[in-house]
Design a protein around this ligand. Structure first.
Ligand code: UDP
Ligand code: MG
Length: 317
């Protein structure tokens, strides 16, 4: 017997959850017919949703024993959701996918075929189009991948997604990375293992709205750069050095020409500005290190299906 855990982070997904459940059930049935050795668990992560998500999950967990869930004490973000899912999954294989059907469940049989013989450790999709996304957003996304791949040793594939079918071995490797500021696209790539990319056209959300704002994504990209590259620190050092050299040249010019004080003044402003900039960048790293050193938990659970089921039984006995 082989168990497949399907991990689904959910934040305010009341509209799509029933649709998702319906679709995934069809696929699970289909896969069981093709491979009799398979069985499944669905592990939903309620990331502090403010709508009826938790209520829907409770109902599903009562009706369907394959359904498990973890409900967070507040919104911790998708990264924490994925981590909690991986950490609590019990499967020989683990799938991570979005609730909004942008990660089509129909890919699962194909992904399983790549992974089951041990040829690959991970199967994932890669978007070749960004249809349905604003132009500015795609342009920024491209720019991000360009910069990221120039300055970091960890390769991040443009269009790669958090839709993954992984072996237990790879999941355990990911779980060894206990960092607080998580950037999964980098983490998946950093752990290595053999990954098979399946290309596909972008699919739009089945219902509901994306919870990512433009600035949210911008901050997330910065997080990625800072988590997986120390190049910005190098930039700070180099600009610092250049400004020192400029300062020396200006001093020489001043000594020869005895030029006006305005020149000096502007140089002072320019240099102190640069100083601040550099301090700012190193401060970023310091801030990250500070957070890591605290060893804060990546997520906090408030309720899961076991707690709910036992509470429910008490109510009825
Ligand atoms: N999500 C989450 N916590 C958050 C934001 C999003 O668990 O704080 C989940 C969300 O429910 C969905 C997935 O992450 O299943 C992707 O989110 P979304 O569709 O909003 O992002 P996009 O597809 O636009 O990148
Ligand atoms: Mg989505």
């Amino acid at each position: 017997m082989k168990l497949i855990s399907i991990v689904v982070p959910c934040y305010n997904e009341e509209e799509v959850l029933p649709l998702f459940y319906e679709e995934i059930q069809k696929i699970m049935k289909q896969m069981r017919e093709e491979h009799s050795e398979l069985h499944f668990e669905l592990l939903f992560i309620d990331d502090g949703s403010k709508d009826k998500t938790l209520k829907i999950l409770r109902e599903m967990a009562l009706k369907d024993e394959r359904v498990r869930y973890i409900s967070f004490s507040r919104n911790f973000g998708k990264e924490s959701g994925m981590f909690a899912g991986l950490e609590n999954s019990r499967g020989d294989y683990v799938v991570v996918m979005d609730a909004d059907l942008q990660h089509p469940p129909a890919f699962l049989p194909k992904m399983y075929n790549y992974v089951k013989d041990g040829e690959y450790d991970c199967a994932t999709t890669r978007r070749v189009s960004r249809a349905g996304e604003s132009k500015i957003r795609s342009a920024f996304a491209r720019l991000f991948y360009k910069i990221m791949n120039k300055i970091s040793q960890t390769e991040i594939v443009d269009g790669a997604q958090d839709f993954r079918f992984m072996t237990r071995q790879m999941v355990d490797a990911i779980l060894k990375m206990q960092e607080y500021h998580r950037f999964s696209k980098g983490i998946f790539s950093w752990v290595g293992f053999k990954t098979r990319y399946i290309e596909y056209e972008n699919v739009e959300r089945a219902a509901g709205a994306t919870s990512w704002s433009f600035w949210g994504l911008f901050r997330y990209s910065l997080e990625g750069i800072i988590a997986f590259s120390t190049a910005p620190l190098m930039i700070a050092c180099i600009t610092g050095m250049i400004s020192v050299i400029v300062g020396i040249i200006l001093l020489i010019v001043f000594l020869i020409q005895k030029a006006t004080t305005i020149g000096i003044l502007s140089a002072v402003f320019f240099l102190s500005g640069l100083q601040m900039f550099c301090t700012g960048i190193s401060g970023q790293y310091l801030a990250k290190a500070y957070m890591e050193v605290k060893h804060r938990p990546i997520y906090l659970m408030r309720e899961n299906e076991e707690i709910y089921r036992s509470r429910h039984e008490e109510d009825f006995s």
